[in-house]
Design a protein around this ligand. Structure first.
Ligand code: ATP
Ligand code: PRP
Length: 594
């Protein structure tokens, strides 16, 4: 018998269980002190209820009971609270304040199978309360919870989805364009957003497109609220910016200005959130620690319109971030101790040295920051990537002759040398702050990263190709068998292409020399990259369809973008530098055969 636990599930041993118990109690006591009452919700929920919320936080575990009902292990508590309020508490006068600590369960979320599937969600919900004071209460409680668990260095990135909603509403743009904009915001694809908001944007005035596009890069303190106000004022679209400003001021008055970052790129889940929205990040911790916001329409889905706001975080993530910070603090103390010893020795021989080192401590230089970790692709994208990083002002001297070293150090930066297809995983899981790879590698990896800039080099096309003259035979094959085999190094991109076209295919995933597949009878067609077209030509293959075009992208971990200003700066400098270069265009004929 194999005595392992299922993937993503684990035992908690006493030492950790005791800490979890103590922290969870401290946080719950804090919520209780603010008038929040405990609730418990069932482990199983009817699937229809889970799906009605319009927000599938991730794939829930599904099961049928003996009656044949399709049930889900709860993937989230908020939707259960919404269901409970609309059904069992519909007569209760608000505001109702609830708190909970509950296990939630999610099927592996996305292709990176490195995630826990059972987590402890702690949170609060305030149902029936409205306005800046309630919004500020929610955010302040998140801050208190972080402190209680021991996360001292954290950033609450806050925005309101009300602004973008109002601008889109007033823009006069067709529904399809608005949906595409929301999708670009949801998937943090700012390259796509920039393209949508270009000169051809179908809006009543270019000002709307400019506002839609600019919002995502507005980041800062109170001045950022002013910037949003200035941006939308000429558009005359009423929105909740006043409430948002009051919320910010209330938080600042409570001493939270250093922890609160106004950031209008934090605008996920529009189908769910309706006003203020926030996410919490800790520096160098690769994932959001928690999130929350105002969801005024969700309870209505279950039959009773009631405004609401709340947040949730995972106890495991928050504890891991707190431990990381404790480790970093003791390492810094050790370094400071060693530094002090050296200083002490120096000051005996020179008082001048002492005064200059005191000045340095008061104003830490850029070098005092931990190095920015950049995933740099090896292979064909490497030369242009390194040139772009140098052009953006980074110290790339050691990248010219890296030898076999896999982490190359520069001034203020660590370059992590990766295969392009691995770059998204390094960044998504927080092993690198940002990185460069082809758009194709990002699509294929399908992970949560923020796509910040199109770097324009590494241009290539993804095409469907087949042996010249084989089209009729392939059509007949498809007619008889109902599917064809397609070989590729990019199964996700290929599947998405055929899902869209409605053709049934069997995908054969290979790792290289894809052109061999139709030549040897392994597959009827291939989906592969073509640049000069030489490989296709020399193997007597012809293009029958174009799947996509790709160029290199600069992308970042969402936490790094929000806790480290260098990431946004680098994105801007890289975009500026690469925009001015003459990169190789895609060569070869564009015309599909037949
Ligand atoms: N002619 C081309 N052939 C392959 N990739 C190209 C070409 N032109 C541009 N690219 C870009 O370069 C990236 C691949 O680079 P390279 O060929 O060095 O990687 P690889 O060895 O295939 O590694 P991996 O398997 O990690 O993608 C592609 O993902 C694409 O974005
Ligand atoms: O149009 P072309 O200029 O001929 O370039 C296209 C070839 O380049 C890529 O292969 P790569 O060299 O990356 O090797 P691989 O087949 O092992 O992926 C791609 O898979 C094609 O085979």
């Amino acid at each position: 018998m194999n005595l392992i636990t299922p993937a993503g599930f684990r035992d908690v041993l006493p030492e950790e269980a005791l800490r979890r118990e103590a922290l969870s109690r401290a946080v719950q006591d804090c919520f209780a002190a603010h008038g929040y009452l405990p609730i418990e919700t069932p482990t199983l929920e009817v699937m229809d209820v889970v799906q009605a919320s319009g927000r599938a936080p991730a794939s829930p575990f599904k099961l049928f009971d003996a009656r044949g009902d399709l049930l889900a292990l709860r993937p989230d508590v908020t939707l259960q609270v919404a269901r409970m309020c609309a059904s069992r508490l519909n007569d209760a006068a608000g505001p109702l304040r609830f708190r909970y600590t509950q296990r939630i369960f999610r099927e592996a979320d996305g292709p990176l199978q490195a995630k826990a599937r059972e987590m402890t969600q702690m949170g609060i919900e305030c149902v029936g309360g409205w306005g800046a004071n309630i919004d500020a209460e929610i955010v302040s409680l998140m801050a208190e919870a972080m402190e209680l668990v021991g996360v001292r260095d954290y950033c609450i990135a806050i925005a309101t989805v009300g602004v973008l909603r109002a601008v889109l509403e007033a823009s006069g743009a067709p529904q399809a364009w608005r949906a595409a904009v929301l999708e670009a915001y949801h998937s943090s694809n700012y390259v796509e957003l920039d393209a949508l908001c270009g000169p051809d944007a179908p809006v009543a005035s270019a000002l709307y497109a400019e506002a839609v596009c600019r919002l995502r890069s507005i980041r800062g303190g109170r001045e950022a609220v002013e910037e949003v106000r200035r941006l939308i004022e000429p558009l005359g679209c009423p929105c909740d910016i006043d409430t948002f400003e009051q919320t910010y001021d209330t938080l600042a008055a409570r001493g939270l200005a250093d922890h609160v970052l106004v950031d209008f790129s934090v605008m996920s889940s529009f189908d769910y959130y309706t006003g203020m929205v926030f996410e919490v990040y800790a520096p160098r911790y690769g994932a959001a620690l928690g999130s929350g916001g105002r969801y005024d329409r969700m309870i209505g889905v279950y039959g009773q319109n009631r405004v609401a706001a709340g947040f949730a975080f995972y106890l495991e993530s928050v504890m891991a971030a707190a431990e990381q910070q404790a480790r970093e603090a003791s390492a810094a103390d050790a370094d400071a101790g060693a530094g002090a010893a050296v200083e002490g020795t120096e000051s005996e021989s020179s008082t001048e040295t002492e005064s200059s080192s005191t000045a340095t401590a008061a104003a830490p230089s850029a070098e005092a920051l931990p190095p920015l970790r950049i995933a740099v692709p090896k292979g064909s994208l490497n030369k242009d990537a390194v040139a772009a990083l140098a052009g953006a002002g980074l110290d790339t001297a050691n990248l010219d002759h890296p030898g076999r070293a896999l982490i190359i150090h520069g001034r203020g930066v660590d370059y992590i040398i990766v295969r392009p297809s691995d770059a998204p995983a390094f960044v998504a899981l927080g092993a690198a702050d940002c990185g460069i790879c082809g758009e194709d590698s990002l699509l294929e990896a399908d992970v949560d990263v923020v796509k910040l800039a199109d770097l324009r080099f590494g241009a290539c096309r993804f095409v469907v190709a087949e042996p010249a003259g084989s089209d009729a035979a392939i059509q007949e094959h498809y007619r008889r068998l109902g599917s064809i085999r397609v070989a590729t190094k990019y199964p996700r991109i290929t599947q998405a292409h055929y899902d869209e076209s409605g053709m049934q295919v069997e995908i054969v995933a290979l790792h290289g020399n894809i052109e061999l597949a139709p030549l040897t009878g392994l597959a009827e067609r291939i989906v592969d990259i073509t640049a000069t077209g030489t490989t296709l030509r020399e193997n007597d293959l012809v293009i029958v369809d174009e799947v996509m075009r790709s160029t290199a992208r600069f992308f970042a971990n969402a936490g790094s973008l929000r806790t480290d200003e260098r990431v946004g700066d680098l994105a801007r400098r890289l975009a500026e530098f690469t925009a001015a270069q003459d990169y190789e265009p895609i060569a070869g004929a564009v015309t599909p055969a037949s």
